[in-house]
Each structure stands twice: as C-alpha cells, then as structure tokens.
Design a protein around this ligand. Structure first.
Ligand code: GDG
Length: 467
C-alpha cells in the first residue's frame, strides 16, 4: 500500500490516540489518515535557526511520524510573514488594498519552497502519495517535479481562490498559477473558488476546462474539484459530551444570569469581519432598546500573526470599538460585549457554543469556516440555537438553513439578530436538523477520503505525459 506524505507549513504532532483536548479537527483528521497510510507529516517546526542546515527533526507519537525543519529569520520574515501572510492571504481574501508586493517576499517564498523540496524529496519513496496543503506551498509540487519526483501529488487550498480580476494584481501571477499544474489533483473548498480558478485558467493561461473536472493548459492536465472540508464530527461530539464542556456550559449559563448569549469565535483576523460584526451588533442595540440588558455578545478572538503590522492595527481598532460600544450602552450590572483575546481548550469551546442561543459568524470572506460547523454540532437537539452566517463563507454553500447575511450590512446583521431572538422552537429545530445532517455526513473523514481517493485514482503526471 502507498504511504501518505502530508506537507504543510506547520505540523501538529498528535497529543493522544484518538480525539484530543487541544488540537484542531484538521490535525486530528490528518493524524488518522497518516496512521492508516503509515505516512509522515513534514513542515516547519515554528523555530528559527541562525543558518539553515536542512537538519530534519523526526518525532514519532501515537503512530504518526512528523518531520520538521527550522527556518532562518529572513525566511520567516519573507516567506511566512511576508509573501504568505502579507501578499497571498489578503489577495486571496479579496483585500488587494491590504496586499503588499515586495520583491524580497517573492524570492523568500521561492527559496523556502526550494528548501522544503530539498529536504523532503529524499524522504519520499516512488509509490508514496504526496498531499501538499495551502497557500504557503503552492510551488512545492513543481519544485519536487524538478527534483525528479514522479509520484501522485495533490494540493488542497484551505482559503478562497480570488476572482481573476484581482488575481492579476499579483506580480508574476502566471508563474505562480502555472506551478500548480505540476500536481495531479487540485482541491478547493467550494465550487465558487473552483469556478474562479477555472476562469483564470481559461482567460489568463489560454487553457480549457472539461465538464468532468479536467483542466488542460498546453500539454499539462490536472484534475480540479471542490472538496468541502468538515469538522471531525466524532471527536467534536465527544468533546461536547465531556466533563470539561459541561463545566464550561454551566460557567457560561451562571454568568449569563438569564440573559441570552450571542457567541463569536474567530482568530483575530481582518477576514473574519469582526469590526463590521461589532457595528452590526451596535445597530441592533440602537434599534432594540427593549433588549438592552437582556443579551450580550461573547466574542472570543485569540490573537494571530502578531508580527504582521495589519494585525496589530485591527487589534487596536477592535479594542477601541468594543470599548466605545460598551461605554455607550453599558449599565453598572451589564456590558453588551464581552471581548476576550485568548484561546480556550476545545472542550470549553464546545460548552460555550452549547450555552449560546445564537452564533454570529460573519467573515467578509472565508474558505470554509469550521466554527459555524462546530456550533451546529454542539447544539441541544431539543432546543438548538440559531446560526447567523455570512453569505461569503464557504460554509454558507452547505449550511443553507442558517440565517444568511451580508456581513458588510449593519442592517442585515441587526435584523438577523432580531429574527434569531424571535425564532420559534419548531423552526430552530427544523433548520438545525438540516444543517446537522450536512455537518455529520460531510465531516473531515469524508473530506480526506474523497481527496485521497481522487489522488489514488489519479494517473501520475509522468504516465500521462508519456501517454
Ligand atoms: C482556515 C481557513 C477553513 C478558534 N479559537 C479557538 C480555537 N479555534 C479553532 C476553531 C476552529 C479553528 O480554530 C478555526 O477554523 P476556521 O475554519 O474557522 O478558520 P481558519 O483558522 O481561518 O482556517 C478556513 C480552515 O482553514 C480549514 O480548512 O475552514 O476558511 O481560513 O476549529 O474551533 N480552538 C481552541 N481554542 C480557541 O480559543 N481550542
């Protein structure tokens, strides 16, 4: 049987056999796939070194082998904080106003992809399946092909693919996209991002796309499809039933003191629409004086990418805005927003979700959004809460029974909160059941089986080129 080699920017070694308290669903699911295929997971350790040596640190835990390398400070600045998070992340989330194009970022990105290729290539055996993840490593497949690898290789993009008219604002965009054609399978979160990719291929590269998912450019052909990622349903359902979740639920209910809770959980990132969300909630408070003192918004927002300046700015804006709204509306015994800049264990999150009557998940653009799915999975079937979800999250294409909103519209957010507060129990149950069905069936196990299945079935590039 072929082994599976997973390559991503960061690696998350398993901390227990099955489900875990601390790890995300993706890490748990990939660990399960690696156990099944006896593979290995390769990536950056998160550590810096004075001089790149290519030394690989192997670890084995709970049946999974991880292999990590350290990077130089300049690598981290140019590749991770630079090209990945200051150029590609904003561009792919439609924020060309925030995208920075610095030549050193591009060269650092290429250099780190080459370093990844140089160090991982010798670990890959001819029959291995190679699965590369996300925007940090787009050119890696092409780099591996240059080093003679003929393996079946797949790439999955966790974030959106931008419309062609935005994509062309990236210097050397053709080179980046052409490098994707070195893979055998390319996966996107939704049909929408897939369509944008195909549009780019036809318009900018003169390629053509078949109805059966093949994309052809010159003599290269690659299979491109949508594989919507899900949560690890089994692991998360166990978390919901855990003692930790029960304690967190009780803690929330006690502190809510009969008030209704609206919850948001997001990495502190401009793509998550936190500022617009606070303004929508503020509009609700203005329009519904009768609700003052009877509900609150619990926004959990652990900081991320603190070394990137835009993230410092958004953090300042949100501190200021939440403070202003609280100052404007608070009473001695009530604040409208509980804004928390720290992360919690998964079991706690599960309990918080269950305690909240409403989830307000309003990213301006999101590849998928797993928080929306976790909220659904955490609900009490007899008395489920209401999910308010941005139309611009990939998850909106699957969770059609959420209350869908335009995250830029204060009015729509305000109306949606009002609708959710008024929603009869039968309607809440009906909407929740239909969403729960999707969350349960289209979970992360189904996702990775679909992707790895497509990769296994792919004809390797080498054979296709020969044929
Ligand atoms: C990218 C794409 C796509 C958050 N706060 C805490 C915590 N979290 C966990 C959530 C959830 C995960 O982090 C966030 O996942 P999302 O999908 O919402 O967002 P991104 O981090 O932007 O992920 C996204 C995803 O990749 C997968 O393909 O869906 O579109 O942007 O699982 O629960 N976990 C813990 N404490 C926290 O405080 N333990």
């Amino acid at each position: 049987m072929s082994r599976l080699i997973v390559i991503s920017n960061r690696v998350s070694a398993p901390t227990s056999e099955g489900g875990t308290g601390a790890q995300g669903g993706l890490a748990v699911a990939l660990a399960a796939a690696l156990r099944e295929y006896r593979g290995l997971w390769f990536g950056w350790s998160g550590e810096k070194t004075d001089e790149f040596t290519g030394h690989i640190d192997f670890q084995r835990a709970y049946g999974v082998t991880t292999a990590t390398i350290d990077l130089e400070e300049q690598d981290v600045d140019e590749y991770y904080n630079g090209y990945a998070n200051r150029t590609l992340w904003p561009l792919f989330h439609y924020r060309i106003d925030l995208a920075e194009y610095d030549r050193s970022f591009g060269s650092g990105y290429e250099r780190v992809n080459e370093r990844f290729a140089d160090t991982v290539a010798p670990l890959i055996e001819p029959d291995d399946l190679v699965w590369v993840h996300d925007y940090h490593l787009i050119p890696l497949g092409a780099q591996l092909r240059e080093r003679g690898l003929r393996n079946r290789m797949g790439f999955f993009l966790h974030i959106p693919w931008p419309p062609s008219r935005l994509m062309v604002s990236l210097p050397a965009h053709e080179r980046l996209v052409l490098s994707l054609l070195a893979y055998d399978v390319i996966g996107f979160q939704t049909e929408e991002w897939l369509e944008s990719f195909k549009h780019y291929v036809e318009r900018e590269l003169g390629g053509h796309c078949d109805a059966d998912g093949w994309v052809h450019v010159g003599n290269r052909s690659v299979h491109a499809a949508a594989y919507p990622i899900g949560i690890d349903f089994k692991e998360f359902s166990e978390a919901v039933q855990s003692d930790g979740a029960r304690a967190a639920y009780e803690r929330m209910k006690k502190s809510a003191d009969g008030r209704r809770t609206i919850i948001g959980v997001d990495r502190l990132d401009y793509s998550k629409g936190l500022e617009e969300r606070f303004l929508g909630y503020r509009r609700f408070l203005e329009e519904h004086e009768e609700c003052l003192g009877k509900l609150f918004l619990l926004q959990i927002a652990p900081p991320s990418r603190g070394e990137v300046h835009t993230y410092e700015i958004i953090r300042e804006h949100l501190d200021e805005l939440s403070g202003r709204i609280n100052g404007e509306f608070a009473e001695v015994d009530w604040v409208p927003i509980r804004y928390v800049n720290q992360g919690y264990p998964r079991e706690d999150l599960a309990g918080f979700y269950r305690a909240a009557e409403i989830a307000l998940i309003t990213p301006l653009r999101d590849g998928m959004n797993l928080v929306a799915k976790e909220y659904v999975a955490a609900q009490d079937p007899e008395d489920p809460g209401v999910l308010i979800l941005s139309r611009f999250a990939g998850a909106a294409l699957q969770l059609k029974d959420a209350v869908l909103v335009n995250p830029y519209s204060k009015e729509e957010i305000s109306d949606a909160i009002h609708q959710a507060l008024q929603m009869p129990r039968e309607e809440r149950i009906r909407r929740w059941r239909s969403m729960m069905d999707v969350v349960e069936k289209e979970d992360v196990v189904a996702w990775r089986q679909a992707f790895v299945g497509a990769l296994k079935g792919a004809t390797p590039q080498a054979a296709r080129a020969a044929g």
